[in-house]
Design a binder for this molecule. Structure first.
Ligand code: DC
Length: 234
């Protein structure tokens, strides 16, 4: 397993760098995390994409999320892979586009609440971290649960209207028709579920640097993170 993972990731990298970036939807963490990883030449892992892929599987199988025992057998026969070029594979099929559709958006935070789903995802993310000589991993529980020993932990946040606007523009660019009001409602609901769930909720853990990205550009946030880890790159 570890050997397979090792083949998927670029191993020519700095062994000390484990960087956790958490934050709510629209905080800018994906764009920032990807850019930080690129500059440091380390692996970038979008853990939200993994939860989205599992969600797609459960949606396709019309799985009843509230039925005890319905989810686990499905999980056992589900394989999620993230390739080095960021493509997301579900049971060998490229679902990179499909995991961002409204059908997935609508239930992903419900799926991410399920302990069996979280166990599977966290285990896989920890395996990826273990074989990566450097990684920027972003999500909701990276500092608290997946890489509690990461030497560098950041929590990105921004005012709700700003986060909703970013998400709205992102969805519009993907050709998805949504009103801004819908997006605010969706983000509000996701925030609530992500931060109130019992199993590893979104929260700031001790030793984490909080960055408010409300009035910062992507470049400014990237610079703050690089300064935070005392590294400057091109
Ligand atoms: O970052 P995103 O919007 O793609 O995340 C999709 C959902 O997955 C969101 O509801 C939060 C959840 N998630 C999580 O619970 N833990 C993570 N490490 C990453 C995402």
């Amino acid at each position: 397993m570890a050997e397979d993972l090792e083949k998927e990731y670029d191993m020519s990298i700095n062994s000390q760098l484990k960087i956790a970036i958490d934050g709510p939807a629209g905080s800018g963490k994906s764009t920032v995390a990807r850019e930080v990883a690129r500059r440091l030449n380390v692996v970038y892992l979008d853990t939200g994409a993994m939860y989205r892929a599992i969600t797609l599987k459960l949606v396709r199988e019309s799985c009843d999320l509230s039925a005890p025992g319905a989810v686990e057998p499905l999980l056992e026969r589900t394989v999620v892979q993230i390739l080095a070029d960021e493509r997301i594979m579900l049971d060998g099929e490229d679902v990179t586009g499909e995991i961002r559709t409204p059908a997935v958006n609508a239930v992903v935070s419900r799926v991410a609440e399920l302990p069996a789903v979280r166990r599977k995802m966290v285990r896989q993310q920890q395996e990826i971290a273990a074989v990566s000589k450097g990684i920027v991993m972003e999500g909701r529980d990276i500092a608290s649960t997946v890489m509690p020993d990461a030497p560098f932990k950041f929590y990105l946040d921004a005012a709700l209207p700003v986060r909703a606007r970013r998400r709205f523009l992102e969805q519009r660019d993907q050709g998805l028709s949504h009103s801004y009001e819908n997006t605010i409602d969706e983000i509000n609901k996701r925030d609530r579920i992500d931060s109130e769930r019992a199993d590893s909720p979104l929260r700031v853990t001790p030793g984490t640097a909080i960055i408010d990205t409300t009035s910062l550009t992507i470049e400014e946030v990237v610079e703050r993170i690089l300064q935070g880890i005392n590294l400057q790159t091109d």
